[in-house]
Write a protein that binds this ligand. Sequence first.
Ligand code: NDP
Length: 330
Amino acid sequence: MKTIHLINRPEGTPSLNDFKFVEEEKPTPKEGELLLKTLYVSVDPYIRGRMRDTASYIAPLELNAPMESQLVAEVIESKNSNFFKGDFVTGMLKWKEFQTVPGTGVNKVDKNKAPLSAYLGVLGLTGVTAYLGLEKIGDLKEGETLLVSGADGAVGSIVGQIGKIKGCKVIGIAGSDEKINRIKTKFGFDGGINYKTTQNISNDIANSCPDGIDVYFDNVGGEILDAALANMNKFGRVINCGAISIYNESEIPMGPRVEGTLIKKSIRMQGFTVRDYVKDFGPAIKQIADWMQEGKITYSETIVEGFDNIPQAFLDLFEGKNHGKMVVKV
Ligand code: NDP
């Protein structure tokens, strides 16, 4: 059976050469263990940070060892009384076709309540990131203006819809006209800006948000963050959720020194790490699931087929090739 190892810590943009397919014996579960068959693999921008050997909120990936991310897997053999053959589970697992795990660190998911892949996105980490980022830091109020970057992505598309549920004006930033059209027609955004074709992102934000920005949900960092900061209202809130535009930089580029911007406008800018709120995941997922049932939230997935295509699907995130959650079906 196949497994995928990290074999280099890339400088700059990662490539297929940073991964290696390694053959291993299919494992046999010991007493108390489960044998899992991988069904769906989540590929996520934060994995880029784990390829560096630097301290972060999650440990670096080891070199010459299997990659890992959130997976959905099927229990095909159980020597643990809490799990049965045919159960489906999610957890932070290895990029292996089969693996054994102790009965801890995986959670059962119900195939009849939602498609299994949804537990990696809208009903998984990216859904709760959107919900809890807004809830814990955004302090979003009806009638306010919410700006979201990475707007057609897994987190951003849910953020925008929650903004609409809360009665806000929602503007999204994304990397193609097709994506801008989708966030308006599929997700109900009020407007959008294509950051790849704009002449002046700050002016475009000002034109799209004539009353200024009250909350900026930042998924990309860099120049787009700088431009958003220049357009914030007094007492605005900035949720620093991600910075994909600079994840591949060897040296973090210097932005404008927004002299006094935060002070003069009493802006609160706060980093957000979803793993700090694990105890809130259950209620967050319940609320998202309820909204889905009420038809207030929908979602997109880009499902790539085949275990061999996991590394390429990960690389494609940096090219914006996904709509919504990027998932690999094994
Ligand atoms: P997405 O589904 O949004 O996929 C990534 C998207 O980023 C691409 O589709 C692409 O869209 C956009 N992108 C790629 N390169 C650039 C660039 N140079 N400038 C601007 N946009 C770019 O990913 P997620 O929704 O999973 O994650 C969104 C962000 O949230 C990431 O930064 C991620 O690290 C972060 N995150 C943080 C968490 C936390 O706990 N803090 C938890 C989960 C995610 P486009 O075509 O628009 O360029």
